[in-house]
Ligand binder design. Sequence first.
Ligand code: ADP
Ligand code: MG
Length: 474
Amino acid sequence: MSKNDILLDIKNLKIEGFSDEKWHPIVKGVDLTLRRGQIMGLIGESGAGKSTLGLAAMGYTQPGCRITGGEIMFDGVDLAKLSEGKKREYWGNRITYVAQSAAASFNPAHRLIDQTTASTIRFGIKPEMTTQVEVLTAMRKVVEEFNTAAIYITHDLAVVAQMADFIKVLRHGNEVEEAPTRDMLSAPKEDYTKSLWSVRALEKEPTQEQTPILEIKNIDAAYSKVKVLNDVNISVPRGSTVAVVGESGSGKSTTARVITGLLPPMTGSIEFDGATLPNKLEDRTKEQKRRIQMIYQMADTAMNPRQTVREIIGRPLEFYLGLSGAAREKRVVELLKMIELDERFIDRLPSELSGGQKQRICIARALAAEPDFIICDEVTSALDQIVQEGILKLLMRLQKELNLTYLFITHDISTVKAISDQVVVMNLGQVVEQGKKDDVFSPPHPEYTELLLSSVPEMDPDWLTNLNKVRQAS
Ligand code: ADP
Ligand code: MG
């Protein structure tokens, strides 16, 4: 078993899944060759067949799925033809599937590892940002040291850039293309792959310096006497995007709740467009409420499942602008156009929408109020990276067309780089720094910012290697 020996050789694999009382193709004749010492990155939108193919590499199919053609040669044995009992001898012994808990993170990644050694290697996959680097490093080391191989399944393109020697792109159960990682990143052949990379290259046009539309000053806030915000000051120039970054629990969403009036602060003030806003929501006028809207991470829970798109978007039109009947209907259709959805969506229920479409409807509902200021709280965190890009592009286009100001809360640094003018870094309920994006991202950084920046992979395939060099040197 020398390096470069073929370990896994999948040929013309076909898998079907049962739904709506029929069998449907999920994997439509895919080849996959993996050699010892290699890590393959398997990427594609949800539904592309990544996990189905990954599991099939163990000879496993999920309940409701069946292999209908092809072979899965693992170290010379066709797993597709083995009995369940024989396959089990391989599982956890020579082949392991590591699934990141979907509940612990909205960015599930699955890793498939061949364990050729007798020892059982287990990874503690933790969702915190700071451990991701260690997990990635550990995984690369295992593949190298034990001359084994791995398939790394994810929709996080930056992670795949660190991990994989080569990348296979799947779409609708077919292979789009496969290439060594560097070639794939620098010169993708297929339009589909190009579109995947282009999203990361989103680049916001800088907005002209403007006076602030929103300023929160010296905010302290608490949940039943437990103080969670400590002297928070944030200033948001009109027409700009200010990103708020920080680990989970740092107080980002609480800051949003203070601004919208849902959580009145203990002390401090909220200035909006030159006037002080009442701290409590019930003391604000309808007009004050109209001008500040919010979009949430979980588009699902943000919509009433029994209301159609017409009712969801129509309600704020009626409440804030007094529109009804044909005028309301016309405006709903206009708003659907603005979010790039066909007007036929008007009769749909939330359950009949994809994740990205749901989030678009939430954006339309916020726009219905004709706000000046929109708080986006992790609005793309629950979505596939590819769907995320579409939403980010949409938000950027709308900002320009409607002169919107965004407070954009996220823990994803690459999103921040793509869309923001200014960045606020929060930690433990305090603002660590606020500044122009380029200043915040250029050294020297305050200690906490440094930690935050060095814990999130970038698309550069040398990022992890360089980071580990720097860490070893210090
Ligand atoms: P982030 O949005 O940055 O993840 P949050 O603003 O949600 O942070 O949380 C800040 C702090 O407030 C955390 O310690 C969190 O546990 C606490 N917290 C958040 N929401 C509530 C709540 N509804 N009741 C009590 N404590 C809360
Ligand atoms: Mg939050």
